[in-house]
Design a protein around this ligand. Structure first.
Ligand code: GLC
Length: 540
């Protein structure tokens, strides 16, 4: 691919042309591939695996943060946005990664953590040291409430109040995540200007876009009022459940976020780059304020990455979103923040089969589906001893569950540490069996790896799957979805029994089945097996 000429082209909707129909892959850098032997994944490791990513058929790779960071939230607490954390490499390594990816025709998306910095960022250090400094207003410092407690009732996603006292000034700072992740004041033009420069720095180096971390949280209500509480918080509630006990009308999803997206769009578009929101917003009307021409290009549809096996709810959610935003969603069943899809869907062969059935539908819904590293192997959660937990949600709240199980090292082969590193991995976990490694599946066409690779290739072979206008055909059941696009028909039978579909007199070919054989010709009434999706193409 000639990256620079592709850069000049954007679609009518203002998004880069290369993004349409693409398939993405999330790399959790810390756990992907370690070349230095310190047990921590690095940039050179990602570069060394790009041939595999290419072989899989991936168009866009999103890398989780690898910038200078104390690492309290594993890189999502950034101390310097344009410097590489030495444990992951250096700028030369990043340049080499981008160059190799572009050589292979792969686009590279980084993670923009703009809601908060680390307390170790120079801006915050200055803000604390000198309350009269301009940097003080980069953050949300406020006086205590009249009773001396936090300024309002906001909670942190990660447990406890969203406020920490700065004892020397007597003011609190706001943090929707860890106390060590102070929220930025996005109403301050200086903050906006700082991030314009950060975006330009990376776009100048050839980065093709950003995933925008917690995009829905950037601006807060100017007066920071209390959020209405919508239910009691049980004494044993975990942090996420406590957080969900409030209606987040004042800290999340403010209309003013759109101003920032528009500003970033203009910068990104001038480089032919893309912006993808982690938005936490699933109401279609609200989502439209994030993704639209002139704003962000895509938003992750995150609910399917959180749900357990509830086919009707899953399909209702997905089809409503697809109707509202046919081209602007990034479909995911998994990411680094949630249990792996196979585990949520019942584990073992059944969980695997269900996961692929849902992904098959996602690949027919337009937008840009993203796989999470290891999803293509049908991995279930890793096994981590409670004493080895690393996720602050778990360690700081004394709870067993956390995000570590989705973050265990990528299993490349059956060697020591599954070929991830010759050193002790930063996150200790049980070795994966050979059958769940890349090497163990590579030579066997019947493995998940080959099924996912084939699914990915369908988009290239049958561009109608993402290009042609879609229509949702009534199946008469809420756990079965039928989507027609041009000459393609995708039947997602998530029900526990076979689903009979009448294809009429014309001849179709099953070009992909999430289980069973592909390639069969079909006409008349055809049975799609339970918990199976099939993609058919008119064969005449
Ligand atoms: C996003 C990231 C998550 C991180 C949080 C705070 O949700 O995906 O890993 O902890 O933001 O930055």
């Amino acid at each position: 691919m000639n990256a620079s000429s592709a850069h000049a082209r954007t679609t009518a909707a203002g998004s880069p042309a290369w993004l349409r129909g693409a398939v993405g892959y999330e790399v959790y850098v810390k756990s992907f591939s370690d070349t230095s032997g310190d047990g921590i994944g690095d940039i050179a490791g990602v570069t060394s695996r790009l041939d595999y990513v290419k072989w899989l058929g991936i168009d866009v790779v999103w890398l989780t943060p690898f910038f200078v960071s104390p690492g309290l939230d594993h890189g999502y607490d950034i101390a310097s946005y344009c410097e590489i954390d030495p444990q992951h490499g250096d700028l030369d390594a990043v340049d080499a990664l981008i160059a190799r990816a572009h050589q292979l025709g792969i686009r590279v998306v980084f993670d923009l953590v703009a809601n908060h910095t680390s307390v170790a960022h120079r801006w915050f250090e200055t803000a604390l040291a000198d309350p009269l400094s301009p940097e003080r207003d980069y953050y949300l410092f406020r006086d205590p409430s009249p009773d001396g407690g936090p300024p309002n009732n906001w909670l942190s996603h990660f447990g406890g109040p969203a406020w920490t006292l700065d004892e020397s000034s007597g003011q609190y700072w706001c943090h929707l995540f860890l106390p060590e992740q102070p929220d930025l004041n996005w109403r301050n033009p200086a903050v906006r200007a700082e991030f314009d420069a950060i975006l330009r720095f990376w776009f100048e180096r050839g980065v093709d876009g950003f995933r925008v971390d917690v995009a829905h949280a950037l601006t807060k209500h100017p007066q920071l009022p209390d959020n209405p509480q919508i239910r009691e918080i049980a004494p044993d509630a975990g942090p996420m459940s406590a957080f969900a006990s409030f209606d987040h009308v004042h800290d999340l999803d403010q209309d003013s976020n759109a101003e920032i997206f528009e500003r970033w769009h203009d910068i990104a578009a001038s480089y032919g780059a893309c912006l993808i929101a982690e938005s936490g917003v699933s109401d279609p009307a609200r989502l439209a304020r994030y993704v639209a021409p002139g704003k962000l290009d895509l938003a992750f549809a995150l609910k399917p990455a959180r749900m357990t096996w509830q086919p009707a709810e899953l399909l209702t959610e997905m089809l409503a979103l697809a109707e509202a935003e046919p081209d602007r969603l990034s479909w995911v069943t998994s990411n680094h923040d949630q249990d792996r899809v196979v585990s949520r869907f019942g584990d073992g062969p059944q969980g695997r089969q269900r996961a692929l059935a849902v992904s098959t539908l996602m690949f027919s819904l337009g937008g840009v589906p993203f796989l999470y590293q290891g999803e293509e192997l049908g991995l279930s959660n890793g096994q981590v001893d409670p004493d080895d937990r690393q996720d602050p949600i778990a360690t700081r709240n004394g709870i067993a569950t956390g995000r570590d199980l989705a973050r265990t090292p990528m299993p490349w082969n059956p060697d020591i540490n599954n070929g991830f590193s010759i050193g002790q991995p930063w996150l200790r976990s049980a070795q994966r069996p050979q059958g769940l490694t890349v090497a163990g599946q590579h030579e066997n066409p019947r493995t998940p790896l080959h099924r996912y690779r084939r699914l990915i290739s369908l988009r290239r072979h049958y561009p109608e799957l993402w290009q042609a206008p879609h229509s949702i055909v009534s199946s008469g059941r809420d756990d079965v979805a039928v989507v027609q696009r041009g000459r393609t028909l995708t039947v997602a039978n998530l029900s526990p029994e076979p689903f009979a579909i009448n294809l009429g007199d014309r001849r179709w070919r099953v070009v992909f089945a999430s289980q069973g054989a592909d390639g069969d010709a079909a006409r008349g009434v055809v049975n799609i097996a339970a918990e199976t999706s099939a993609v058919l193409v008119l064969d005449e």
